[in-house]
Write a protein that binds this ligand. Structure first.
Ligand code: ZN
Length: 289
């Protein structure tokens, strides 16, 4: 992908240097501590011990992270890369919303974190992978996932990383269009199988939207280099539920779609670039996805 030296988004928040303490748990009086104590009680842990642990952890994090500077930050190029990709998503979705939906695109924020992060969807660790939180309209990303993508999932290439960001931004588009809440309401009423199927459809739609983005970003900015699309397709394939769970999970319990499905819907969005086709993952029979 051609990204060096291009314009960057201002919606990237680098929280890698911030300890959890900054927005952290209030261990004073008030409602916060009451809720906190209730959680501890619910978990059955010893509050005193837990509070000490939290305190120690916060001190350790503050100590080890304060030393991150532009000079010693090995991931500085990744910060620039994700900022350029975010800018490309803002430009494409801003135009598509204005021209095809007659609406204003509300730009999401990309929060880069290390280890663990606090979001409106709760506290999360890097183990969950990149995610989008509808509650605060932020995409959360730990750069370790990019290393995992390359090494464990054998999906190298900068456009593989761009695909991951575009997929999460696809979830933001779903959220802004009111789809996420609509599907969630349906899921609340559904049984296990149907709930998972709706989740798969939502994920495949995010892949479709990532493809739509790639098509328009290429048309307006010529961002692609040879091999880029192959890298993104490979990433979509490598993080399919069938590959990630390696047969340990039954197909009915998939929540993201198989490798084949993910590649298919990413390719469909990429080929058409058509926003009007975005409901197709919800319209075809589940077996035909
Ligand atoms: Zn997703």
């Amino acid at each position: 992908m051609r990204w060096e030296g291009r314009e960057q988004s201002t919606n990237v928040e680098d929280r890698r240097g911030a300890a959890m303490a900054a927005g952290g748990i209030v261990v004073g009086g008030g409602l916060g501590s009451l809720v906190f104590l209730l959680i501890i009680m619910f978990l059955g842990a010893n509050p005193q011990q837990l509070m000490e642990q939290v305190g120690q952890q916060q001190q350790q994090e503050a100590g080890s992270r304060a030393s991150l500077t532009p000079e010693n930050d090995n991931d500085a190029p990744l910060v620039e890369f994700v900022s350029v990709v975010m800018k490309d998503t803002e430009d494409v979705w801003g135009t598509l919303f204005r021209e095809q939906l007659g609406a204003r695109y509300q730009e999401p924020k990309l929060v880069v974190f290390k280890g663990q992060v606090r979001s409106a969807c709760g506290e999360a660790t890097a183990a969950v992978g990149p995610f989008y939180c509808p509650g605060d309209s932020n995409v959360y990303l730990d750069f370790d996932f990019f290393r995992e993508l390359k090494q464990r999932f054998k999906a190298p290439g900068d456009f593989a990383m761009a695909y991951v960001i575009a997929h999460e931004v696809g979830h933001h588009v779903q959220n802004q269009l009111g789809l996420s809440s609509k599907i969630q309401a349906m899921q609340n009423r559904a049984g296990d199988v149907e709930r998972n199927q709706l989740s798969v459809r939502l994920e495949l739609q995010a892949d479709y939207l990532a493809g739509v983005w790639a098509k328009h970003a290429q048309e307006s900015k010529q961002i692609l280099e040879s091999g880029d699309i192959g890298d993104a397709m490979n990433a979509a394939s490598q993080i399919g539920d069938d590959k990630i769970t390696q047969g340990r999970v039954r197909k009915e319990n998939f929540t993201h779609g198989t490798s084949q499905q993910r590649v298919k819907w990413y390719a469909a969005g990429l080929a058409s670039g058509d926003l009007n086709g975005m409901m197709k993952p919800f319209e075809v029979a589940f077996d035909a996805l």
